[in-house]
Write a protein that binds this ligand. Structure first.
Ligand code: UFG
Length: 339
């Protein structure tokens, strides 16, 4: 029988790509989203990609009635939980908002799941839960810590779930620590679409490529890396989406919970990214060297071995796919007359 998955935040960046991957794998999906950080036309775009109607429940995580109602209306087998706030800098200014959405929201979801008898949950965590380290690659046993309210909420979420799991063996959690998600769907119909000036590297470069921003500010070129710019583990969002499908399948197969990095195991520099994007869009993109950004580390990337061993997960797409798919998306964006 076809299983039904509730996707909180399913209209957002990673959620929408995971929606497509789930449909392709034969699941029914119900999107639960308040559209606070998603474009209104995402469901229409998902219909174009999948060729089937999209079920959307417009609701807020903090609205217990709405959550209970979605579980009452659909026979949900498992949940993938994306709905959260994710901007590190904003979390420093607005910590209470982050605690509300990311921690109180998670608790509300767990309560509604428990009431409905649904006990399988895949959770969006982040490499931000790791303490600052120079020991690379980072595996799942690396020391933990938090440098921002955002990071605190992700770590708190993990710890809340560990204690809930210990209370009742019916619960199973797939905790996925993402490194740096990037890129867009191959269709060019969905992708990352931040409001205003982007904080993250790839959407910023994309706006330089479209001419919306004059030049990339490279935050420091005096790091102890081969070209002096910061290095990260950029994982294509379609690979990331596939990681969620595998995590979900393991939970539904009764294999119990897991806590895994999702990354490629390879670090690329800001300069690598800019040059690869320049090739993708066909012109040398301008940049200026700016001071280091507060809180940035020189370099880190994942040890992806455990995700491979536990889920059979390997990222298959590289930097070129990331840049080409992003460019394909930003070129086409708006062709449907909205956003
Ligand atoms: N960078 C620039 N210029 C920019 C933006 C970024 O040079 O305009 C550099 C940064 O200094 C860094 C790299 O590009 O070296 C990546 O920066 P991002 O802001 O894209 O990503 P971060 O690694 O800082 O943070 C991301 C997410 C966090 C998450 C973290 C976990 O934004 O939410 O990964 O690994 F917590």
């Amino acid at each position: 029988m076809t299983q039904t998955i509730l996707l909180t935040g399913g209209a957002g960046y990673i959620g929408s790509h995971t929606y497509v991957a789930l449909i392709k794998s034969g699941y029914n999906v119900v999107i639960y989203d308040n559209f606070s950080n998603a474009r209104a036309d995402v469901p229409a775009r998902l219909e174009l990609i999948t060729g089937a109607p999209v079920t959307v429940w417009r609701g807020d995580l903090l609205d217990g009635h709405s959550l209970n109602a979605v579980f009452a209306a659909h026979k949900i087998d498992a949940v993938i939980h994306f709905a959260a706030k994710k901007a590190v800098g904003e979390s420093v200014r607005l910590p209470i908002d982050y605690f509300q959405t990311n921690i109180t929201g998670l608790l509300a979801l767990l309560e509604a799941m428990n009431t409905a008898g649904v006990h399988n949950l895949v959770y969006s965590s982040s490499a931000t839960v790791y303490a600052e380290t120079e020991t690379l690659p980072i595996d799942e046993d690396a020391p933990l810590g938090f440098a921002s309210p955002y990071a605190f909420t992700k770590l708190a979420g993990e710890q809340i779930m560990a204690q809930v799991a210990a209370s009742n063996p019916a619960w199973a959690f797939g905790i996925l620590r993402y490194f740096n998600p990037a890129g867009a769907h191959e269709s060019g119909l969905i992708g990352e679409d931040p409001n205003g000036i982007p904080n993250n590297l790839l959407p910023y470069i994309a706006k330089v490529a479209t001419g919306d921003l004059p030049a990339l500010n490279i935050f420091g070129n005096d790091y102890p890396t081969p070209d002096g710019t910061g290095m990260r583990d950029y994982i294509h969002v379609e690979d990331l989406a596939q990681g969620h499908v595998l995590s979900l399948a393991a939970l539904l197969a009764g294999k119990g919970g897991h806590l895994l990095n999702l990354g490629t195991g390879i670090g690329f520099s800001v300069m690598d990214m800019l040059q690869t994007y320049s090739r993708a869009c066909g012109r040398d993109l301008p940049y200026v060297i700016a001071p280091r950004r507060d809180g940035d580390l020189a370099a880190y990337w994942a040890d992806p071995a455990r995700a491979q061993a536990v889920l059979g997960f390997t990222a298959t797409r590289g930097l070129e796919d990331i840049c080409t798919s992003s460019w394909n998306w930003v070129k086409r964006r708006g062709n449907m007359g909205t956003s």
